[in-house]
Design a protein around this ligand. Structure first.
Ligand code: FCB
Length: 455
């Protein structure tokens, strides 16, 4: 696609709809050992031979810590209403317990104030995966004590920033931390044990509920919620076996989180399937987990196709793929959002991440990423369709502001609206950046018309 022919999503969005862009601490900050920052499980994991595809780490990443002001200027230029970022727990509390690090706290104060000065609403995430390594050394999320450490950290951050941030997310994608971190072990901390993974998932949910209760008791004014990675789960064929495999996968990746959060119970079919790997649940845990939320965040990238023998492979099916090898299925987002509304009683939904990695090339100071423009435009349309069908979606955020450290894929996969040259660390807005900006200008013009019409 030629970027001079911008695609405009056809849908209409409510005037108070929140448009944003997202990042996370470990993926952009760098400064891994500076100013008193403690080690995180991702710092440690990156040192394991073979763990990261290109052998890289987060020591420098996008050097965001040293480029905060110019990165904030970029966000302002983009014209978004909101910026979603995460706090590096080991930067603010190096050991995950005990003293807080004033230099780490000062960085996030500057970040939040810098956003507000530019008229951008801060959306804060407390846990985007980078647990302090010293907590991992004493059992990590598999150990119940980590829930209490998390709540202490959450309260401290809310006391410092809760008067200025629009929303606080407890955890980003508990499924990823539990299953990729502790069952398949492809993400930090690299554990391979299904029972441990399910205990971790349970502790993440318990700590989420506990944090909500404590923050509210402290009088925190920010809206509170959690962010889940969700996909429609589709059987590969019409066979009984594939349907059963898809139902189980839906149970393990979707219902396992939404049922406890929104109904206070784990799905029975999955519980039975897990047998002795089911988590240990203490009295009162389910009520804690189901503490009402002010919002639910949804991260959507693709659908998931499941076959009983695990043989389905997106590459063999001829549909368009991103550089992650993920199928491009915008209608899957409409389908997912509608299904959430059909099956659960929901708080307002925010699409907290949506975006795509492509093999961008920087030529003469430009990145012509029409494929990303098309991806974003079609997914924004998909959100609009869900809203038109009555789903309460209140916001949408692009993943990501910058190309960054894409976890086990290292720096090879580029998701940014802004290109990062990892030698010079220079930032170059891509065509998709200019496109999103233009799209947001259009939204703002519509808002003005709306306000005019209401006056
Ligand atoms: C999500 C993560 C985010 C980013 C995208 C591509 O699962 O939350 O940090 O890596 O995937």
């Amino acid at each position: 696609m030629n970027a001079s022919l911008p695609l405009h999503p056809r849908s209409h969005f409510p005037p108070d709809f929140v448009w944003g862009v997202a990042t996370s601490a470990f993926q952009i900050e760098g400064a891994a050992t500076w100013q008193g920052k403690g080690e995180s499980i991702w710092d440690r994991f990156c040192r394991q031979p073979g763990a990261i595809a290109d052998g890289s780490h987060g020591d420098v990443a996008c050097d965001h810590l040293n480029r905060l002001d110019s990165d904030l200027d970029l966000i302002e230029r983009l014209g978004v209403d909101a910026y979603r970022f995460s706090i590096s727990w080991p930067r603010v509390q190096p050991d995950g317990r005990g003293a807080f690090n004033p230099q780490g706290m000062a960085f996030y104060e500057r970040l939040v104030d810098g956003l507000l000065q530019r008229g951008i609403r801060p959306y804060l995430t407390l846990n985007h995966w980078d647990l302090p390594q010293s907590l991992q050394d004493s059992g990590g999320w598999a150990h119940r004590d980590t829930c209490y450490r998390f709540v202490q950290y959450a309260r401290h951050m809310a006391q410092a920033l809760g008067d200025r941030v629009a929303a606080i997310t407890t955890h980003n994608e508990p499924w990823v931390m539990a299953v990729l971190g502790h069952e398949s072990g492809v993400f930090a901390p690299g554990v391979r044990n299904r029972g441990t993974a399910m205990q971790v998932a349970h502790h993440l949910l318990v700590s989420h509920g506990l944090a909500l209760q404590e923050l509210r008791a402290d009088g925190c004014k920010s809206r509170l919620g959690i962010v889940l990675n969700l996909s429609p789960i589709v059987p590969a064929t019409a066979s009984e076996a594939d349907a059963a495999a898809a139902r189980l996968e839906d149970g393990r990746s979707v219902r396992w989180y939404l049922d406890p959060l929104l109904r206070g119970e784990y799905p029975e079919d999955v519980w039975h399937h897990l047998g002795t790997d089911a988590p240990c649940v203490e009295h009162g845990d389910m009520e804690l987990i189901a503490t009402p939320m002010d919002f639910l965040g949804v991260n959507y990238y693709t659908r998931s196709v499941v076959s009983a023998n695990g043989s389905w492979n997106a590459k063999e099916h001829g549909g368009p793929l991103t550089d992650m090898g993920w199928e491009i299925v915008p209608q899957g987002l409409t389908q997912l959002l509608r299904r959430l509304q059909r099956d659960w009683s929901l708080p307002p939904l925010y699409v907290m991440e949506n975006g795509a990695a492509f093999r961008d090339s920087l030529q003469d100071g430009r990145v012509h990423d029409g494929n990303r423009v098309e991806y974003l435009s079609s997914h924004i349309d998909a959100v609009g369709r869900a809203i038109a069908q009555g789903v309460p979606v209140a916001g949408y955020m692009v993943w990501s502001l910058l190309d960054n450290f894409e976890w086990a894929s290292g720096y090879a996969k580029r998701f940014g609206l802004v290109h990062v040259d990892y030698d010079s660390l220079a930032r170059t807005p891509k065509d998709s950046f200019h496109w999103y900006r233009g799209f947001l200008d259009g939204q703002k013009a519509q808002r003005k018309l709306h306000v005019g019409a209401m006056a």
